[in-house]
Unconditional design. Structure first.
Length: 264
């Protein structure tokens, strides 16, 4: 399903590994970790314009909240007419209730592609995306503070021993990565919640629940599912980027649309 993204994602990871591999030992965990970090930065920079466009559209939608409420009150018993009027309101104001989903819809296949790339680094694999057997062996032997980048917290101890690591090292690296990534997610969702409460109470209730469920889900998935250390690093960098990007883009849109998204 994600084969269309698999080669581009693995190609970007390969490129950054080659770049940093010319400066440092290419078989070290530091080089592979830097390649993952810059993979995230490359992808997120490419998505800046869609993210900014989604935020602008979201602000326009928030500004329409009073008019949408009037439509709901007027046509509440006629669902079809209410949907038509709301759709017309969005069309007249060049807004979309689904615009904010675009960056996430693009990121999801990228995330799953990276997951399969990292999970594809196995001792028996001859190739993985654009990576050959030598690169796979290099990744499998790379460690970050004693934890192999291809290992995960719930991996059996015998498998970890075969990779030259153990649970104590994997926990010492993996748990802080999950905690910081979860904190960044919580802070980003909390910042969004303040703006959604006045504009759309229903969306705000969902965001309030997600503010707690998303970090918990990250901890649970990282602890009990085969999520490699390399992917946890991806989580961390991506979520910290999201937190910073949110503040920067919000300030840009605040200057462009000073009245939108603020509480009345």
């Amino acid at each position: 399903m994600f084969d269309f993204f698999l080669y581009p994602v693995s190609g970007i990871l390969w490129f950054w590994h080659k770049v940093f591999g010319t400066l440092l030992n290419p078989d070290t965990g530091v080089v592979w970790a830097l390649a993952i970090v810059f993979l995230v930065l490359t992808l997120r920079l490419a998505l800046l314009r869609p993210a900014l466009g989604a935020l602008r559209a979201g602000r326009r939608t928030q500004a329409l909240a009073p008019q949408m409420q009037k439509i709901r009150e007027r046509y509440g018993k006629d669902r079809r007419r209410m949907a038509q009027e709301i759709q017309k309101l969005h069309a007249d104001n060049h807004s979309s209730p689904f615009a904010g989903c675009l960056p996430m819809m693009i990121q999801l296949p990228v995330f799953f592609s990276l997951y399969w790339v990292l999970r594809g680094f196995t001792p028996a694999a001859q190739s993985d995306g654009v990576f050959d057997r030598g690169a796979i062996r290099s990744f499998l032997n790379a460690d970050l503070f004693g934890a192999r980048l291809g290992s995960w917290l719930s991996q059996p101890g015998s498998d970890l021993a075969a990779y030259g690591t153990d649970h104590s090292h994997v926990i010492a690296v993996g748990v802080p990565l999950m905690l910081i990534a979860g904190l960044a997610t919580f802070l980003s969702l909390r910042a969004n919640l303040a703006r959604q409460t006045a504009a759309n109470p229903q969306t705000a209730r969902l965001s309030r629940a997600m503010m707690y469920l998303a970090p918990v889900g990250m901890l649970v998935s990282g602890s009990f599912f085969p999520v490699p250390i390399g992917l946890l690093l991806y989580f961390l960098v991506s979520n910290v980027w999201t937190f910073g990007q949110q503040h920067v883009l919000t300030r840009i849109v605040d200057r462009e649309l000073p009245g939108a998204g603020r509480r009345s």
